[in-house]
Design a protein around this ligand. Structure first.
Ligand code: GEK
Length: 242
């Protein structure tokens, strides 16, 4: 995977909304690991969850797959026979690089990539679905119907991994988590200018919700077993079992 440093917001830039274009795809591994607390831990555990949940002859979906880190983690953990992994993203820049990356490794479980909008996807026979920091980029009013499509396409006992940046209801705690996250980014080499320009670019593009709203929506679509398995500041990963 490319180790190119993310310096997209290092110099003053015009205030355009954030997009998953070529310039982002090219620095993405560096960007996500320096920006998202807990990211590497989530990826490692996707592999363990894949060992536990993926069943013979089923599909695993990595929705918003970017450069394929979750697909590769699924593939390394799956012990079931004749499963397949389907990685989906609507950024051609991401998918092109993802394909090269996937081709560079051997997989016992095949990984197929699809360029598509995940809110228009057909999901079938799934034993595992991952939305690893992707739902936050889907329009809020479309999130319930996407989750319903996912739930309906999952087999009994299948797992959804939902990782999101969250908002905390209580304002002083929300501010504390935002500040701790910014300190985390500073410790990882981002400047105050980079942090504030990125924050502006993500305004209205990445829309965080509270953990309670996520749980409620998951219950509404039919999940009954739901737990947060990781939280680091205002980043959380939830598993929901059908
Ligand atoms: C990882 N899961 O490395 N349809 C398809 N893809 C979309 C859509 C959509 N409607 N909206 C956004 N994306 C990855 C990280 S990144 C998270 C996921 C981040 C895609 C978008 O192109 C991008 O590749 C991904 O969702 C979000 O574990 O950058 O914070």
């Amino acid at each position: 995977m490319s180790n190119k440093k993310d310096d997209i917001f290092a110099k003053p830039v015009s205030p355009l909304p954030f997009r998953f274009d070529e310039s982002v795809a090219e620095v993405f591994p560096d960007m996500i690991s320096r920006s998202v607390p807990g990211y590497q831990s989530i990826i490692r555990n996707v592999s363990k969850l894949a060992t536990h949940f993926v069943t013979d002859n089923s599909n695993c979906y990595d929705l918003g797959c970017s450069l394929g880190a979750v697909s590769l983690a699924m593939s390394s953990g799956i012990t079931a026979n004749n499963a397949q992994i389907i990685g989906v993203d609507n950024s051609s820049a991401m998918l092109e690089r993802c394909q090269h990356h996937i081709d560079a490794f051997k997989h016992s479980t095949p990984i197929k990539l699809i360029e598509a909008d995940i809110s228009k996807l057909d999901i079938q026979n799934a034993s595992m679905v991952a939305l690893n920091f992707t739902l936050q980029f889907i329009a809020q009013e479309e999130r319930a119907s996407l989750l319903q499509t996912i739930f309906d396409g999952m087999n009994e006992g299948a797992v959804l991994i939902l990782s999101e940046k969250i908002r905390i209801e209580e304002q002083s705690l929300d501010e504390l988590m935002i500040n701790l996250h910014h300190e985390f980014k500073m410790e990882n080499g981002y400047s105050a200018l980079e942090i504030s320009q990125k924050r502006n670019a993500l305004e209205n593009v990445l829309v965080p919700e509270t953990i309670e709203s996520h749980h409620q929506r998951l219950k509404n679509v039919g999940f009954s077993s739901i737990t947060n398995w990781l939280q680091h500041y205002n980043f959380v990963s939830i598993i929901a079992v059908k």
